[in-house]
Every structure is written in C-alpha cells, then in structure tokens.
Design a binder for this molecule. Structure first.
Ligand code: NIG
Ligand code: FE
Length: 418
C-alpha cells in the first residue's frame, strides 16, 4: 500500500543519516519536523519533510492508489522496539504479588519454589496452541500501545522439550503477526528443582550438550541469554554457556547485575553481547567495561518498579558517554506489563531521564539491542514503515507525563494500517 500522511503536528525522531545508537549527551536530542508530511511506499518509509515543501504526490504516476491520512493536531513517532520480554508464558503469578506485598523478597519467593519455577510448572502443562493464543493476546495489546518490534525469550521450559515448545510458539508468532520478532534462547533462566543442591553443573551440561544444538538445528533462536546473578548462574557457568552458544552463531543478550555486582556485565562484554540487561548494580568498573564495547546497556524500569528495587544508575552511564536502552521485561513474575509508554514515565520519574532521552532509549537504542537498527527505531528513508500516530497532544513531553492515558490513535506496521 502507498500512504501519504499530511499535516503532522510533529514528526518525531527523524534521521537523515541513520546512526547505530544514540549515546551520552546526544540522548537528549530528538530530531523533529513540525507541520510535516510522511510518505510510505509499500512497507518502507519513502520520503518525509515539511508541508511547506510537499511534492505533488497526488499527480505522480509512481503513487497509484495513494491513501491519505490528515494528521492535523497529531504527532508521529517511530514504533517502540521492546528488546527484552518473556511474553510467552502460561497462567499468571498474582499470588506472589501478594506475597511480595506481605514482605517476601524475589529471592525468597524463588527459594521456596515460586518465581520462575512456578511459571515453569505451568509451562510444562500448557499446549503449544494455548501458549500461542495467550501470547497473541499480549502481542495485540502491545501493538495497540505502540510497539512495533519485540524480542521474546524462552526460559520457562527448563528442559529440552519444553524450551523447544516455547521457541516454536515464538516462531509461530513471528510468522503470523505484523510485529517484528526476535527470539532468544534462555535455557539458563533458573535451575530446575531436581538440579539444585549440587547438580547445577549437570544442568549447564544439558544446556550445552543438548539444548543449544537442538535450538540451533531448528534455527529457533536469534540470540542466547543467561540469568547471570546471585543465586542463579555464576560467571563461570555463564562463560561456558555463552562460549557454547557462540559456536552456533548465537550472540548473547544477557540478564546481569539485577541482584548484585554479579560479574555478568564483564562476561557479557567478553562475549560481545548485543546487550546486558537489568543493571541495578553498576559501578565504575562496570561502566569502564562497557565503554568501547559493542554492548548496549539496557535498563528495565518496570521490573525495578514492580519488585521495588534500587534504580540503575542511568545518569552515571549517560554521563560516561554510554548509550542506554529501556525495555519492558514483560513477564508474569517481575513485570506483568509490556506498556512502553509507562516504561518511559518510570524512566523519567525514577531515573530522572528527560522525555527525549527516554524516547531515544525505547526506539533507536532498543532497535540496536535486537539487531534491528538498520531497519527500525527511527523515521528514516528506507526503514520499515513502523510508526504510530498519536491522539491530539500538546507536546512530546506529554507522552510520559500523562502516564495512565492511552495516547496511540493509529498504528502503522510494515506500511499497513493496523
Ligand atoms: O527478567 N530476572 C530474571 N528473569 C525475569 C523474571 C522472570 C520471572 O520472574 O518469571 C526478569 O525479571
Ligand atoms: Fe527478563
């Protein structure tokens, strides 16, 4: 389809020369065009500019069947890229939510068989169809909230068969939904109960010797993840798993430093991770390690909010010149929401990020964190036409400010109005 959108109040995050990410001070800059037009040809962004210089597309033979939208009073932003989710899951865990309100910590809940192992039990019982339908509802919801690309992890299977089941569901979602999806194998999310108390390394062997080769032979994953943190996988175990994954071409995107200074950032950077995620515990050593790396520091404000944890030192990272990305961590235990606009509000209030910084962190930087920076994450010629038209809003700051309002009016993915 060809689509021309006219009279756009503000076309946000326009790039003439697309960059791979935005870092440090530059994160506060957001290129915008006021009173703009945007032209989409098939599934790509073809052209954009000021209404003052709009070419006569209506009488141009290249643009037959040109559909028009008048966006007066409304803005356009590139779709959010949500680079860290676990949105394929069975059931829900509101009982643990109440336990947390009563004072139990995430680690205490995990120790007594709750947490990830609780979801793992439900995952084992669920059929592929049930998992697909439940995840499809979540995907439809996040699309309506402005997300146009999402990374989804396995990690509630914790056995070869069930991890493969989860990844097949993600594959089916890839094939049947308009959102761009990347799949990550997270067999190393937690130790199954039978491997706890001394048999942990046997589970690591199972991941390395059985799961990774199976995942790779069916081409079910783009990336590999390990929960490298206190009480979960050690640096040595993470090192072994990432090493094995790299041999099959699986680049790491790992959970690190959520519960302690775990060494996860360092081992991630050692294996050229695309991103290291969570990052509540980041000091000078971790920042030094991330500098001159190709690894995107990714913060998950929804999980920190929901678990009432300390905030990642986002400002220190940006002051050191690093890029920062923000993702939802959509999962049943620590962040049961994929609302990226709310993630921005949390980032602004709790991490003192400016709205402009938050927008960059949720779009171009998360696009990088899922290997999509060439095609997603900004309004640039030749990129995939994934964007949303807002309702009538006074400013871009209004988006995180009106934290509970649904402000997406129309969603366009791959050039199609959804
Ligand atoms: O990213 N931190 C580890 N894993 C998930 C939690 C998953 C769960 O509790 O089910 C997270 O927060
Ligand atoms: Fe996570």
């Amino acid at each position: 389809m060809n689509l021309l959108i006219k009279n756009i109040k503000k076309l946000v995050q326009v790039e003439e020369n697309p960059v791979k990410w935005v870092a440090g001070k530059d994160m506060a800059n957001l290129n915008c065009i006021d009173n703009a037009y945007l032209l989409v040809k098939e599934d790509k962004i073809e052209d954009f500019g000021s209404m003052d210089n709009i070419p006569d597309f209506d009488n141009n033979d290249n643009f037959e069947y040109l559909q028009e939208i008048d966006a007066t009073g409304r803005m356009i932003l590139p779709s959010y890229c949500d680079s860290h989710t676990h949105l394929v899951y069975a059931g829900s865990r509101e009982i643990e939510y109440t336990d947390k309100i009563k004072g139990l910590s995430y680690e205490e809940i995990a120790k007594r068989g709750g947490g990830i192992l609780n979801s793992s039990k439900l995952m084992e019982q669920a059929s592929e169809d049930e998992l697909y339908e439940a995840a499809l509802d979540r995907i439809k919801e996040i699309i309506s909230l402005g997300t146009g690309a999402v990374e989804i992890k396995s990690g509630y299977g914790l056995s070869p068969e069930t991890e493969i089941k989860m990844l097949r569901v993600i594959k089916r979602l890839k094939e049947t939904t308009p959102i761009t999806i990347k799949a990550t194998f997270l067999g190393a999310h937690a130790f199954p109960a039978e491997y706890k108390n001394g048999r942990e390394d046997e589970y690591v062997d199972l991941i390395i010797n059985e799961m990774i080769p199976m995942v790779a032979s069916e081409e079910l994953a783009d990336y590999i993840d390990v929960f490298c943190d206190k009480g979960f996988f050690t640096v040595e175990q993470t090192d072994r798993i990432l090493n094995a994954g790299m041999k099959y071409g699986l680049r790491p995107k790992i959970h690190a430093n959520e519960l302690d200074y775990s060494g996860g950032i360092q081992v991630g950077v050692k294996y050229n991770a695309l991103s290291v995620d969570h990052l509540e515990y980041v000091g000078e050593k971790e920042i030094e390690c991330l500098k001159n790396s190709e690894t995107m520091p990714t913060v998950l404000p929804g999980a920190a909010f929901f678990l009432n944890m300390v905030c990642s030192p986002v400002r220190d990272m940006m002051n050191a010149g690093l890029p920062v990305a923000l993702a939802s961590d959509f999962n049943p235990g620590s962040s049961p929401s994929g609302n990226m606009k709310f993630v921005m509000s949390l980032a602004c209030v709790n991490y003192k990020m400016l709205p402009q910084e938050a927008i960059n962190a949720c779009t171009i930087n998360t696009a990088y964190a899922m290997g999509l920076e060439k095609t997603h994450g900004s309004i640039a010629k030749g990129k995939i036409a994934n964007f949303y038209i807002t309702k009538e809003i006074p400013s871009i700051e209004y988006l995180p400010y009106a934290y509970g309002s649904q402000l997406v009016d129309q969603v366009i993915l791959n050039g199609e109005i959804i």
